[in-house]
Design a protein around this ligand. Sequence first.
Ligand code: DX5
Ligand code: ZN
Length: 216
Amino acid sequence: MSHLIAPSILSADFANIQRDVEMINKSEADWFHVDIMDGMFVPNISFGFPVIKAIKKHTTKPLDVHLMINDPDRYLQTFKEAGADVLTVHLEACNHLHRSIQAIKALGMKAGVAINPHTSANLLMDIIADVDLVCVMSVNPGFGGQKFIENTYHKIHTLHEMIRATKSKALIEIDGGVDMNNYKKLIDAGAKVLVAGNTVFSSSNPSQTISELKKG
Ligand code: DX5
Ligand code: ZN
């Protein structure tokens, strides 16, 4: 399978959200990455259900929803109703991660688990076979446009080995600081989904930037 590109709507122009959604629809992007922040799990608040529903109304691509919220079990069904296709929770935010993953799948969504930069990839050993996606945070979550953390490559190698050993179907997603200088190296290391916010939306031609990221 060739890699997927998921532009992060966090860096879009919210006063022109329909324009940016249509740009992504027409581009070679595969998914829409949607960042939900609660001001508790991360030191920022992004947006909530009305915005997701508005995006869902206009997009032709799957919504890859990344929950940076404490105790996400409270809202899994509401995210399904808002239009999430892939729903990712943080290992650090769940008391019963296995239960949360099963609940996401039972609602008919693909289930992802995200880990912060300080969290060892080895902690995923007993959940990797159950998830569809592992989101490796390559910045501390909370903001777009941050610098990529190099230790991410080490984590990709660990996860790649774990996925092989367990015959897991999980895709490795990299989130944060993906740019034109590191995306090829990330794909070569085994990344299957690249999230890109600032790199796409601050470029002079976002659609062309997506095509370049897609070439790999
Ligand atoms: C960070 C978010 C990312 C962010 C990525 O907390 O989870 O998805 O939008 O943005 P860039 O690509 O600008 O680092
Ligand atoms: Zn994200």
